[in-house]
Design a protein around this ligand. Sequence first.
Ligand code: ZN
Length: 290
Amino acid sequence: MLCRLTAALIFGTMLTSLSAAAPPLKALIVDGQNNHNWVETTPYLKKHLEETGLFTVDVATSPAQGEDMSGFKPNFAAYDVVVSNYTGDAWPAATQKALEDYVGGGGGLVVFHAANNAFPEWKEFNRMAGLGGWGGRNEKDGPYVRWRDGKIVRDTTPGPGGGHGPQHEFQIVVREPDHPITRGLPNVFMHSADELYNRLRGPAENMTVLATAFSPKEQRGTGEHEPQLMTIAYGEGRVFHIAYGHAGKQCQSVAFIVPFQRGSEWAATEKVTQAVPQDFPGPDQPSLRP
Ligand code: ZN
């Protein structure tokens, strides 16, 4: 009897460890068009997600620019999180509606760098992303959002949406240290040389700015603390928006990797179970992985 019980316990433990070995979450990266090198960055995004041990990752690659998009219908609903590495031709109405239904119904979306340039005409996408740049965006699309005097300010001053100066190293400054994505991170951490997006504009509804970066005028910036990590509540769903990560080199910066991994888990589950790694940077030096 005791032996049988012991055997049952051991077998039960084996079953538990077997099931723990399979990543519980499914992620879908969407790419195929971008004014950036998506062919280079998607493998980094995939690797970063897989390395958490939390995700299996599929990639949906759209037809090339100008080609027939009518058959592009990723099954968003089959995933826990969708990562957009896409900006380009409009998606079919049914695909737009499918993403709206998926996020609105409780799904997770990650908006990665130039994905916030996408779809200036698609109202619901802009509500999901919170902020965007270029594509004719201006005051009609929503306010600038900046950190001023200890709080987030929505600035409706007319002007273009989207800009950046030359690539340079910059500090990310956490403004919401109690959010699951930022909890345990240093308050200030250094990112490798990258484009510091500024002048983003959008609906910015139900948006929480988790972290900002100061955009220096001497780097053709704004002299403002510009939002870099954001969360947006859209219906029952969650959006994580990371404004930096220009190319493969920037995707090797731990200041990119870790917020991306944590933000993706949060978008999928509303929780973050990942520990902050030893190589996470402090305020002075970027930290790079091979
Ligand atoms: Zn870029």
